[in-house]
Design a protein around this ligand. Structure first.
Ligand SMILES: NC(=O)c1ccc[n+]([C@@H]2O[C@H](COP(=O)([O-])OP(=O)(O)OC[C@H]3O[C@@H](n4cnc5c(N)ncnc54)[C@H](O)[C@@H]3O)[C@@H](O)[C@H]2O)c1
Length: 419
């Protein structure tokens, strides 16, 4: 194998295009191919990749053909298609495709059964894995970790983190459908915030799974998109009926972790919403240690632009300025390199370096499975109104087959939908 990884993508939608843009800044990946159920989207991604100079990105019609022609595959398709896609990849490997590694976007599965199946399938054919959780790779996150090392060493580690990912709601109907996506915002974005909190609390020289999850409590609520006029918009624009199968648009909770060497308990609080009424996507993280702290807010940019009413028509596409932008006039925050800011560049580089060296990425699929476990436990906590003990063998057993009511399409039993 050369010193460049030939990558194939499955899925050519929103996130695949983001990754393709990130690859412009990654030297060890060649975007060699793409397969998706939408040939038009595949063709579009292929043209984009060629124009970026990131690879020929040949369009393949089947997973088997893609697998034959690349070194590694990235699963960037919707959550409900994970298992069938992975089964087809494993089948191709058994028939001779020489794959080294496999990447999966968050979440690894809609529940433990699916996530565990993915881990087992990868093991069956000895594929190295990378679970894509971009926020851990964000440069501001990595910079605060290295900057604060002297303080961590002398004063002790961080004791509290608070993480949030919030925007006005996803771009495709399947995200809003809890049966296809896996739930609402806890499943979709809670996975980011829990992961990044866990990671920021972890001592720098330890592996990402070093701190042991001890307990979680969470709440889920439908605050905006269950109101009659917003429900109507959802039905018209996204094809989902939140009077029948609602999902949560807000979640918050807290996870307690234990340092297995010192016994110290630390906490990660998370808040995620699809009802954020500000400029666009905001990632917020802060952390408190004894005598020191950090704070990251992606809505604070070094670039702001102003567009008055008279000139507003000139801004054809608000999303050019910021992911999930909600306005195209006034004083606007602009992030000029979102793919890098959000960590997409560095996670691709990490996976490629690892696969080229015959290793797993920094975050392997076992790590993704742990995140799924905490998400499932979060739903369990919200349903039962109780703190879930993540050290109780009975609870851990129960989580293996637990499907949240919201994911089952029975969200009306746990969420308040206004008449
Ligand atoms: N890390 C992040 O911040 C982030 C952001 C967005 C999405 N994601 C994750 O990425 C994944 C994809 O999300 P998206 O926003 O790109 O979705 P999308 O709906 O925009 O695109 C999905 C793509 O998958 C293709 N597809 C659908 N079913 C398929 C199948 N069975 N086989 C092959 N291709 C199939 C579609 O044609 C489309 O090209 C999701 O799992 C989502 O959770 C992560």
């Amino acid at each position: 194998m050369s010193n460049k990884l030939k990558l194939g993508m499955i899925g050519a939608g929103f996130v695949a295009n983001f990754h393709a843009r990130a690859l412009k800044q990654v030297r060890n990946v060649d975007l060699a191919g793409v397969m998706s159920v939408s040939p038009e989207l595949s063709e579009k991604l292929s043209r984009a990749s060629q124009s970026y100079g990131t690879g020929t990105c040949k369009v393949y019609n089947t997973i088997a053909d893609l697998a034959e022609n690349v070194d590694a595959i990235a699963i960037f398709a919707p959550n409900f298609a994970r298992v069938e896609i992975m089964e087809a990849i494993v089948d191709a490997v058994k028939k001779g495709a020489n794959l080294k590694g496999i990447i999966c976007e968050k979440p690894l599965g809609r529940n433990m059964k699916e996530a565990r199946r993915l881990v087992e399938l990868a093991r069956e054919v000895n594929l190295k894995t990378a679970y894509f959780e971009n926020q851990i790779f964000m440069k501001p996150m990595q910079a605060q970790l290295s900057q604060l090392q002297p303080q961590v060493k002398t004063m002790g580690p961080l004791v509290l983190t608070r993480s949030a990912e919030e925007h006005g709601g996803p771009h495709e109907g399947w995200f809003w459908d809890p049966t296809r996506q896996g739930g609402g915002v806890l499943s979709d974005m809670g996975c980011h915030s829990i992961a990044v909190g866990w990671y920021a609390l972890t001592p720098v020289d330890k592996s990402p799974r070093f701190l042991e999850p001890v307990s979680i409590s969470a709440e889920t609520a439908l605050l905006k998109w269950g109101l009659p006029e917003w429900r109507k918009k959802l039905k018209e624009n996204m094809g989902v009926d939140y009077t029948k199968t609602p999902a949560e648009d807000f979640t918050t909770g807290i996870v307690t972790f234990k340092n297995p060497e010192t016994g110290q308990m630390v906490k990660a609080q998370f808040t995620d919403s699809w009802m954020f009424e500000k400029q666009g996507l905001r990632l917020f993280m802060d952390g408190m240690g004894p005598g020191y702290a950090f704070e990251i807010n992606t809505l604070v940019s070094s670039l702001q632009i102003f567009i008055g009413d008279i000139a507003a028509e000139a801004t054809a596409n608000a999303e050019l300025a910021l992911e999930k932008s909600t306005a195209s006039r006034g004083l606007l925050a602009v992030q000029h390199n979102e793919a890098d800011l959000y960590g997409y560049t560095d996670e691709n580089e990490d996976a490629a370096n690892a696969f080229l060296a015959g290793k797993d990425g920094l975050l392997d699929w076992e790590y993704g499975l742990e995140i799924t476990k905490m998400i499932m436990a979060g739903y369990m906590s919200a349903e039962r109104g109780k703190v879930i003990d993540l050290t109780d063998p009975k609870i851990l057993q129960e989580l293996e087959t637990f499907i949240p009511l919201i994911q089952q399409g029975k969200g009306t039993e746990v969420l308040h939908v206004v008449k």
